[in-house]
Design a protein around this ligand. Structure first.
Ligand code: GDP
Ligand code: MG
Length: 453
C-alpha cells in the first residue's frame, strides 16, 4: 500500500499544525525531510518516541519541529506513522507536506488514515464511524454517545447476536448435511425462542435510534405564531443574544432567522419565522409562505400564543395548519395578565407551556416538554444504539430476515428456507460491523471524513 501524508490539523492559523505520514515508507520519508538535533537519525527512533529537530526540503530549512514516531502495528493506522508538529502557520504546514510528497508520500484521501486503521483491523466499522462522530460532537451528549460507540459497545452487542445466529445455522447444517449421522433434530420451538431473543436484542439497538439521533444531531425546530406574540423574543431568549429583531410592529420578522441553540441537554436547530396571518403586503406574504414551509419541514413546531389576548382566527388557522406535527403550545407573556382561553388550547395540544420570553420564565418547562415529546430520558444518553442510517438499515434488514425465519419455523419447519433467511440476517450484521462489506460501501463511509483523519 502507498505511503500517505496530509495536514491533520484545520486549514487555519493556530499554535501548532500536524503533518501525518503513514505507510511502509513513512520512516524513510520523515528521514528525508526531518533532521533531529544532536545527531540522532529518524531510522533509529523507536516507536512512541519523539525528537526535536528541523524540517527541511534539501538545503531549504522550513521550520523547527517535533517528530513523533509510531512503529507498526502500534499506531492509529496500524502502519509505521510519523507525525511532524510544526508552527501552526498556513504556509509552513503545507510546505512540509509538499516536501513529504516529494520524498515518497502521496496525498491522503478524506478519512484514509482511519480507513487504513479499519482495513488493518485496528477498528471495526462502527468504531471508525464513531471517530467521525467524536470529531463532529458539539456537546456532552454527542461526545458520550460517540465514545461509547468507539469503545465497541454496538459492535459487541451485534457480535453476540451474530454468534447466536451462527450457532443456529451450524446446528441446522449439521443436522441437514449429515442425515445418516445420529445428530438429534433441534426442536423447532427451541429455535423459535432463540430467534425471538435475537430479534429483541437487535430491536433494542434501533428502538431508541430517534431519541439518540435527536441528541446527536439536534431537532429542526420552527417557532411559529401570529404576529406580535413574542416569537422573536423567545428565539433571542433561547439563543442568548439579540439575533432576531423584536418590535411591537406586526410583520417585523419577514425572513427565516436560524440559529443552533442548546436547551439543557438538547440541541435545537431553531428557525424564527414571520408571523402567520392574513395580509395584503406582498413581501410579508412571501415571508408567511416561507414560515409555513419551515413549519412543514420542521421536526418540532413551537406554536407561540399571546397569553395577554384572547385567541384569534389567525391562531386557529395556525393550529389547523400544524395539526399533524409534533407540537408544543407556548403561551407567552406570563408576566402580564392572562386572558387567553387556555382550555381551548388543551383540545389541540398535549404539551402546553407558560413562559415569559421577555424575562426567561418557563424555559425549563419548555425543555421538559421537548424531552417528553422525543422520549428523552437520562438513560437515552447511555443506551447502546445504532449511530447512523447505515447501521440502522443493516439492523432492520437483519430483523426482517429473523422475522421471516420465525415465520418459517412456526409454519413449515423447512430448514433449507430457514437457512437462507438466517444467512441473510447474518450477512446484514457482518456488513454492519464491516467484516463483510463491499469496497463501495467502505469508500462511501470514509468519504464523509475529513482529509488528515
Ligand atoms: P413576534 O412578532 O412574534 O416575533 O414578536 P416579538 O418578539 O417581536 O415581540 C412583540 C412584542 O411583544 C414586543 O414589543 C415584545 O417586547 C413583546 N413581548 C415579547 N415577549 C414578551 C413577554 O414575555 N412579556 C411581555 N410583557 N412582552 C413581550
Ligand atoms: Mg418576529
Amino acid at each position: 500500500m502507498s505511503t500517505i501524508a496530509a495536514v491533520s490539523t484545520p486549514n487555519a492559523v493556530g499554535g501548532i499544525a500536524v503533518i501525518r505520514i503513514s505507510g511502509e515508507k513513512a520512516i524513510n520519508t520523515a528521514e528525508a525531510i526531518f533532521r533531529p538535533y544532536g545527531g540522532k537519525t529518524v531510522a533509529d527512533m523507536a516507536g512512541y518516541t519523539c525528537a526535536y529537530g528541523v524540517a527541511h526540503d534539501g538545503d531549504e530549512i522550513i521550520d523547527d519541529c517535533i517528530l513523533t514516531v509510531f512503529r507498526a502495528p502500534h499506531s492509529y493506522t496500524g502502519e509505521d506513522t510519523c507525525e511532524i508538529s510544526c508552527h501552526g502557520g498556513l504556509y509552513v504546514s503545507k510546505r512540509i507536506l509538499r516536501a513529504a510528497l516529494k520524498y515518497g508520500a502521496v496525498n491522503a484521501e478524506a478519512g484514509e488514515f482511519t480507513k487504513r486503521a479499519f482495513l488493518n483491523g485496528k477498528l471495526d466499522l462502527t468504531q471508525a464511524e464513531a471517530v467521525m462522530d467524536i470529531i463532529s460532537a458539539r456537546g456532552e451528549a454527542e461526545l458520550r454517545m460517540a465514545e461509547q460507540l468507539r469503545e465497541g459497545a454496538t459492535y459487541k452487542k451485534v457480535r453476540k447476536c451474530s454468534d447466536r445466529l451462527l450457532k443456529i445455522l451450524s446446528g441446522i447444517a449439521a443436522w441437514t448435511d449429515y442425515p445418516d449421522e445420529d445428530i438429534p433434530e433441534i426442536e423447532p420451538s427451541v429455535i423459535e425462542t432463540e430467534l425471538s431473543g435475537i430479534r429483541d436484542e437487535l430491536f433494542s439497538l434501533i428502538r431508541s435510534y430517534d431519541s439518540g439521533r435527536i441528541l446527536r444531531e439536534g431537532v429542526a425546530t420552527a417557532i411559529v405564531g401570529r404576529p406580535n406574540v413574542g416569537k422573536s423574543t423567545l428565539f433571542n431568549c433561547l439563543s442568548g443574544c439579540e439575533r432576531s429583531i423584536v418590535t411591537d410592529i406586526a410583520g417585523t420578522t419577514r425572513d427565516v432567522v436560524e440559529e443552533t441553540v442548546r436547551l439543557g441537554d438538547i440541541v435545537l436547530r431553531l428557525s424564527d419565522t414571520a408571523g402567520i396571518h392574513r395580509t395584503d403586503d406582498r413581501i410579508e406574504g412571501i415571508g408567511i409562505d416561507i414560515a409555513q414551509k419551515t413549519a412543514e419541514n420542521a421536526e418540532l413546531v413551537i406554536a407561540v400564543f399571546d397569553g395577554n389576548c384572547p385567541l384569534t382566527a389567525d391562531d386557529f388557522n395556525l393550529i389547523k395548519s400544524i395539526k399533524n406535527k409534533k407540537c408544543i403550545a407556548v403561551i407567552n407573556k406570563s408576566d402580564q395578565q392572562q386572558v387567553i382561553e387556555s382550555d381551548a388550547l388543551k383540545e389541540f395540544f398535549i404539551q402546553i407551556v407558560y413562559i415569559s420570553a421577555k424575562n426567561g420564565d418557563g424555559i425549563e418547562q419548555l425543555e421538559s416538554a421537548v424531552k417528553q415529546i422525543f422520549e428523552i430520558s437520562p438513560e437515552s444518553f447511555s443506551v447502546v444504539s445504532a449511530a447512523n442510517e447505515r447501521q440502522k438499515l443493516c439492523i432492520e434488514r437483519a430483523i426482517s430476515s429473523v422475522d421471516e425465519g420465525i415465520e418459517i419455523i412456526r409454519s413449515s419447519e423447512m430448514y433449507d428456507a430457514l437457512n437462507v433467511v438466517l444467512d441473510d440476517a447474518e450477512q446484514a450484521l457482518l456488513e454492519l460491523t464491516g467484516e463483510k462489506i463491499t469496497d463501495s460501501v467502505v469508500d462511501e463511509v470514509f468519504s464523509r471524513f475529513c482529509v488528515g483523519k
